[in-house]
Each structure stands twice: as C-alpha cells, then as structure tokens.
Design a protein around this ligand. Structure first.
Ligand code: NAD
Length: 412
C-alpha cells in the first residue's frame, strides 16, 4: 500500500487515495479542485472576507495506528514535514506502529463569580449540583439523548491582585464534537442560577482550552538498526534530555511536534489554536516548560517514544462538516470518532518529533530541509515551474542556497 507514493504523479496519488478511502467521483473532484471553498463560503465563515488563501495538502503514508492503516492528510506550507512523518511511520511500522489511547472527551467550562463570600458559596453550589447539571443539559438535546453532556460541577478559589475569586467549573462530555459552543452555551445558561445560589455576580462564562480531561497518549518503538544503530538511539535520547531540561530547546522540540499535529488538524478542519494553546500549557504542567514527548530504549536497544497532550478535536461541528476539503480528508482518514482522530493527530506528532530529533542527532536537519527549501527559494526568485527543480538541484549541488544565487540562475 502506498509504496513510493512520493514518486507518483498527482493523478496517481489521487487515484491511490481515492481507492484507499473509496472516494466518490464528487469527493475526488474536490481533491482535484482549488482547495475546497469558494468566496461565498468564505464570506459566511468570517467577517470582511475578500477571498480565500490556499495551502498545500499532502498525504503522509505508512501510518499504522492501533493496528489500522491510515493515509494521513496534512495541510502545511513547510517543506520536509510530510516526508519526515511518512519516514518515521515506516520505521515505527516494523514494531507494530503507534499504540494510542484517548479515554475521555470532557470539556471544561468556567464561570467566574465575583462579589461573593467564597467559603459560604462553595458548599451551596455543590449542594445544588443536580439542579445545575440538569439546567446545563437542557441546552443540548443532542448530547442529552446520547447520554453525554454536563456531568460534574466543581469549585475552586484563585488568588488575584483584586483578592480571592471563585471559579465554578462544569465538566461536560462533548462526545464527538470539539464542544466549544456547547460548553459556552451551558456556562452562560447556568450562570444566573449560580448567581442566585451564591448571591455573587457571574463575570466570564467560557470554555477552558486547557483540556486536561481530553488527554491523548501513546507510544511507538523505532527499530535501532533502521534508524541508524545504537549510537543514534543514544544520541536521540540525549537530544530529548536536552529538550526536557532546557526551555530554549524544548520550545523548538515541541514546535517540531506541532508541525505534525497542526498539519493533520488543519486538514480535518480543527481549531488548531485551541490544540496549540493547550499543548504548550501542558508542556509546562510541572511548573517548567518541558518536552511533550519522552524517549528511552527498550531491552533490545530499540528507541521507544511516548507522547501525551490534551487534544480537543471533533468529527462534528465547527467547519468540519462544512468545509468540503475537511470532509474529504476525514473520509481519507476513515475516522469514526473524535477519539480516533485525536489518536491519529498525536501519532503524527510523535512521528514528527522522531524524525526531527533523529536528523538533529545525526546528520543535522539542514541537508534534507534545505533541499526542499531550495525549491521555495527558486520559486521566490521567479523561476518558472519547469525551471524550479533544476535551479534547486544546482543550488544544492553548489551548497549555496540563497535568493541571490537563485536569481542569478533564473537570469542565466
Ligand atoms: P458546534 O456547536 O458547531 O457543534 C457541536 C454540536 O454538534 C453539539 O452541541 C451537538 O449538538 C451536535 N452533535 C451532533 N452529533 C454529535 C456527536 N456525535 N457528538 C457531539 N456533538 C454532536 O461545534 P463545537 O464543537 O461546539 O465548537 C467548535 C467550534 O467552536 C470551532 O469552530 C471553534 O473554533 C469554535 N470556538 C472555539 C472557542 C474556543 O476554543 N475558546 C470558543 C468559541 C467557539
């Protein structure tokens, strides 16, 4: 399946993807089109729209996640990312691929209560838990019918420069949606009742994007011989330890993970800002910003990677069922649930991190990266599509990849 995908023509790639995902002729046409939405749809999505803006959509191959094969659509402008993910997935496949888990899909809604006696308010709120949950659940018939919806009320006191504050939190099982709107609606819906119970005033009523009750985690084993031998395994572990103990390295290390995560999330129409914000907060959960992954060796000396982060994604809601390309990408993935999507996205993050630290801990990333980057430089220098590859190759061969050299080559 999908061997030498990178050598195929666009048509052959689309053929392969269509066959793999059983796409209809209409869905295939969307892939062949200009990016999914026209101006009319854009105009309905945002304010003051004047157009649309396309990004490359590519396919990462070789992914086996929880024993299922995937072709992973990725939307990203940065060269090397899709190739790196595919290469990592190929190595991971030798030892069974990625084993991922995502057990809960609870979103957290927060209601800020001011002008209140906190010590007295907390027991009052907790004694009205059922009433608050019942009221919250009237805001979504769909979730209620599914046995999902608001499940728990909790309270916490925070200290601020203006004094202590009461924060009431709703824990909501949002099923297969990201759940931002339903969470906000429930928070706004129960706020007057909370005011009535406490005698305080509800100020903010909003979802928390720090979705620590929607964690996805998983692991993959990378064969030591395939990745370059024991020394490379040891060097990768040292590279990880550098990231885990130095914020300046950790931010870049985690950015590499997000290259994979955001590209896969973009393709399926997720709110990537929410994923990104939660990921970085989670990286700092110990009080120090650290790596989102951990790397160690197994008893045979193979490299074992682990990832854990919050993943607030949906397969319904938002633009997921509106954007034609996002719909086709979800079909290519053949995902059945938000939980499955979270597993796929996090696996791509782990794969991406593997490739980045492997390259960094061996030949360095510039060799591979600049080869691809040279094509962008050639295009920026005004090379025509049939000149780009030759100019990029020449610059790589000369070891001089720059806009000035590309301009000279375009002019020669
Ligand atoms: P939504 O409100 O469009 O859809 C979710 C709804 O789908 C649910 O309320 C439910 O009624 C229905 N539904 C049908 N089948 C379901 C199933 N199997 N599981 C769960 N729900 C099902 O979307 P949303 O997920 O509430 O919100 C996502 C959008 O909100 C994104 O576009 C995001 O950018 C935006 N948003 C984000 C924030 C934030 O992150 N802070 C705040 C506001 C809005």
């Amino acid at each position: 399946m999908a061997s030498k995908f990178f050598e195929k023509s666009r048509k052959e790639r689309i053929d392969e993807v269509s066959k793999f995902a059983n796409l209809t002729p209409e869905e295939r046409q969307i892939l062949e089109g200009a990016g999914g939405i026209g101006f009319d749809q854009a105009d309905k999505m945002v304010e003051n729209a004047i157009g649309t803006f396309s990004f490359p959509l590519g396919i990462a191959t070789n992914f086996v996640i929880n024993n299922k094969e995937y072709l992973v659509p990725m939307v990203i402008e940065e060269p090397s990312v899709i190739a790196a993910a595919s290469k990592a997935a190929k190595i991971a496949k030798i030892h069974g691929g990625f084993r991922m888990q995502n057990e809960e899909s609870y979103s957290i809604g927060q209601i800020q209560i001011i002008n209140v006696n906190i010590k007295e308010a907390i027991p009052k709120i907790l004694s009205h838990t059922k009433e608050i949950l019942d009221l919250a659940n009237t805001k979504s018939n769909t979730l209620s019918k599914m046995g999902k919806g608001a499940k728990q009320v909790s309270c916490k006191e925070i200290t601020t420069p203006s004094g202590p504050m009461l924060i009431v939190e709703l824990l909501i099982d949002v099923g297969d949606a990201m759940g931002a709107n339903v969470t906000n609606t429930m928070c706004e819906g129960v706020a007057p009742l909370v005011e009535q119970i406490t005698g305080g005033k509800a100020l903010l009523r909003i979802l928390s994007n720090y979705s620590t009750r929607r964690l996805v985690s998983g692991t993959a084993t990378f064969d030591k011989e395939e990745l370059g031998g024991e020394q490379t395994v040891d060097n990768i572990i040292l590279a990880y330890q550098f990231a885990d103990n130095d914020e300046y390295r950790a931010v870049t290390h985690n950015k590499g993970i997000m290259n994979g995560i955001i590209a896969a999330a973009n393709a399926t129409g997720q709110d990537t800002r929410a994923i990104e914000a939660a990921a970085h907060a989670y990286a700092a959960k110990s009080g120090k910003y650290r790596s989102l992954t951990q790397w160690n060796k197994d008893k045979d000396g193979n490299l074992v990677g682990k990832i854990e982060l919050p993943m607030s994604v949906g397969v319904v809601g938002g633009i997921i069922n509106v954007h034609p390309m996002a719909k086709v990408c979800a079909k290519i993935l053949q995902i059945k649930s938000a939980s499955e999507l979270a597993c796929v996205i996090a696996a791509v993050g782990l794969a991406q991190n593997f490739s980045a630290i492997r390259a960094l801990a061996s030949e360095g990333i510039q060799k591979g990266h600049m080869k691809l980057h040279a094509r962008n430089i050639a295009a920026a220098a005004g090379a025509t599509p049939d000149q780009i590859d030759a100019i990029a190759a020449k610059m790589v061969q000369e070891g001089k990849i720059s806009i000035n050299r590309a301009r000279e080559l375009v002019g020669s």
